[in-house]
Each structure stands twice: as structure tokens, then as C-alpha cells.
Design a protein around this ligand. Structure first.
Ligand code: ADP
Ligand code: MG
Length: 343
């Protein structure tokens, strides 16, 4: 009898993680939060450590043909720091591991590390170790970010939202995704005509959001300054729909988003139309924005009145009311979390 072979795509990213890790519980009392959030939380004698790892693969997460190595180094750090901020914790250390093929020269790796250094300086984190190994093809990068927090009550999980909580998002959405569409379009044109000069100058902001994203450190510092603790929080790495789904699932709730409240800059909206895409679809499913999606107790709403660049986009509701999008015309659409599927 042949053994059944299942394609990983049948599970998808989240299903696969659940499937492979379902038999792992935590037995150590110091494991306060294990798998299932932006970062794990470890209890120390006097404080708590948040720790998170992400991996970036050449050809899957980045294309070296349009991703300058300095930006790639910067982005590898930032996407990990973002997961620590999403726990309402300030990161303080990182480790960087990489597998590199022979096509990477010392000079190329110096550029990559230049980007890592720029991020360490800007976000005030220390590079404390890592691992280096060879790869047969391409580059793989794995960064682990670590932060500590003394006050347990300040840690924000995906699971803390309550019915009636207000749903907020920082910054604007969809720009990183549209930046990627532009880079991909120009790459295709370049591949078919090596004489052409890619037309990138008119979209520097969108492209920068894709190649050199920032984590929202300022929002976390602001929460601390005004004494606000969101009831739940996640960073938007996979797209608003997908990341909101995580909050809903873990908080055992539903949510609605008001379409006309979802923040998107004009340049991103215009780019969406050029690509024949609905702007709201790009904002909902684009991903890689690294903005913060969080919920607030309605009693705290006054506290964000003067917070820069934050938007109230919806509300947490009963689980039976599911996840929906309310359009300005009054219709209600179910929201589907697309996540990603690109094994
Ligand atoms: P994020 O998008 O915030 O980086 P992920 O979707 O990558 O989060 O991961 C969700 C949860 O699953 C996290 O707690 C993460 O540590 C855990 N996880 C992801 N991959 C694995 C794995 N291969 N083994 C164990 N845990 C994993
Ligand atoms: Mg995350």
C-alpha cells in the first residue's frame, strides 16, 4: 500500500502550522504564550520576554533583481520588530541567520549588513548573534527579534478583544502591495526589452513601502505615553482581512469594517485603478503594510483623539455576526481572509 501524500497547499499556511504543532502544548511555567500570536511570551524572574522569528526566502519573499540588498537587510529586521511591537513590547535584540549561495559576494553581503545596521540604529536594537551557512540556490534569511516588558498587563494578545470594542488601524493600507505590482510590471517589461529603463520615479512612495517598510514604533511609544493599552493587537503582514480574522478567531468574535473608513492614500488608489484592481481589495488583502491593527475599549476612545495617523475602521461584534464589510451604499459583504498560499 502506498502512503498517502498530501500537498501542503491543501492546508495553507495557517492550517499547516496548526496541523504540525497541535500536539505541542507548553509544560514549562515560564512559557506564558506559545504558538499563535505575533510573538511568544516567556516569563522571567522579574519581567517578560517577547520573541518572534520570521523567514524570508529569495524568489518567494524577495526578488534580488529589484530588491537592493541594503533595503533587504533593513526589511528583514523591520518585519520582525513589527511582531514585537504588535505585542506592545519594545524590541531590544535581534539574531540574524542566513543561508547564501555562491552568487553572493562579500561586497553584496556587506550591503545587506549595512541595511541591518541602519535598522538596528534606527530602532535601537542590538544584533547579538545568528548563524551563517551555504545554500545550493539563492538566499534564505531568518531573523529573531526579542524584547522585554516588566508589566504583564501591558502585553497585547490577538485574543483580548471584547464585543463592542472599537477597531482601529494605523497609517494607510495597500501601498506596499501596489509597490510590488509596479516593481513586477517593470521587471516583466525589462525582461522583454533589456534596453528599456524601468519607470519607477513616479511611484517612489509605493515602491519604498514595499522595499523598505517601517515598523510602527511611534504608535507603541504613544500608547505608553498616554497610558493606553489596546485590548488586542496584531501587525498587518498578510492583509487587513486575514489579520483581522486572527483577532476574531482568537478573541472568539466577529467584526465589521466600514469600507469608506479604511485608510488608503490617493497614490495607492490611483495605482490600483491602473492595474484594474478595486482599491479596497488591495487595502483588504494586499499585505506587507506593517501597520498595527488594534481594538480599544470604547471607554478609551477619547485617548486616541490626538493620536497621529490612526483610523477607526469598525467594531468587534458577536461571533455569529461573522466578519463583514459595510459599504457606503449600505450593503454588507462577507470578508474572506485570503492569507497567502505560495509554497
Ligand atoms: P506572523 O504573521 O505574525 O509572523 P505567523 O503566521 O508566521 O505569524 O505565525 C503564527 C504563529 O505560528 C506564531 O506563533 C509562530 O511562532 C507559529 N509558527 C509559525 N511557523 C511555525 C513552525 N514551523 N513551527 C512552530 N510554530 C510556528
Ligand atoms: Mg505578526
Amino acid at each position: 500500500m502506498t502512503k498517502k501524500v498530501t500537498d501542503v497547499n491543501e492546508y495553507g499556511e495557517f492550517g499547516l502550522i496548526d496541523h504540525l504543532t497541535k500536539s505541542f502544548g507548553s509544560t514549562n511555567p515560564s512559557t506564558l504564550k506559545g504558538i499563535g500570536d505575533d510573538a511568544a511570551i516567556i516569563k522571567n524572574a522579574k519581567d517578560y520576554t517577547a520573541i518572534s522569528t520570521d523567514m524570508l526566502m529569495e524568489g518567494i519573499h524577495f526578488d534580488i533583481r529589484y530588491s537592493p540588498l541594503k533595503h533587504l537587510g533593513y526589511k528583514s529586521v523591520v518585519v520582525n520588530l513589527s511582531d514585537i511591537y504588535a505585542m506592545n513590547v519594545i524590541p531590544s535584540q535581534i539574531t540574524v541567520s542566513m543561508a547564501i549561495s555562491s552568487k553572493y559576494s562579500v561586497e553584496a553581503l556587506e550591503e545587506f549588513y549595512d541595511g541591518i545596521k541602519t535598522a538596528c540604529d534606527f530602532y535601537n536594537v542590538d544584533l547579538i548573534g545568528g548563524d551563517t551557512t551555504s545554500s545550493l540556490k539563492g538566499m534564505a534569511i531568518s531573523v529573531t527579534a526579542i524584547g522585554t516588558i516588566a508589566d504583564k498587563s501591558k502585553i497585547t494578545y490577538r485574543s483580548g478583544a471584547k464585543k463592542g470594542d472599537i477597531l482601529c488601524v494605523t497609517g494607510s493600507l495597500g501601498a506596499a502591495y501596489l509597490g510590488l505590482q509596479i516593481l513586477e510590471r517593470e521587471k516583466q517589461l525589462f525582461l522583454s526589452d533589456k534596453q528599456m529603463t524601468p519607470e519607477l520615479d513616479s511611484h517612489t512612495y509605493l515602491i519604498e513601502r514595499q522595499l523598505k517598510p517601517e515598523a510602527n514604533k511611534a504608535a507603541i511609544e504613544y500608547f505608553d505615553k498616554i497610558g493606553l493599552i489596546p485590548t488586542s493587537m496584531i501587525d498587518i503582514s498578510d492583509g487587513l482581512s486575514s489579520d483581522l480574522m486572527h483577532i476574531c478567531k482568537q478573541s472568539d468574535l466577529g467584526a465589521f469594517i466600514e469600507e469608506d473608513k479604511v485608510p488608503m492614500i490617493e497614490e495607492a488608489k490611483a495605482a490600483a485603478l491602473v492595474f484594474n484592481m478595486d482599491p479596497i481589495t488591495c487595502a483588504l488583502n494586499g499585505g506587507e503594510d506593517y501597520e498595527l491593527l488594534f481594538t480599544l475599549d470604547p471607554m478609551d476612545i477619547e485617548k486616541i483623539k490626538f493620536m497621529p495617523d490612526v483610523h477607526i475602521i469598525g467594531e468587534m461584534v458577536d461571533k455569529k455576526d461573522k466578519l463583514t464589510l459595510h459599504t457606503p451604499g449600505g450593503s454588507i459583504h462577507p470578508l474572506k481572509a485570503q492569507g497567502w498560499n505560495h509554497f
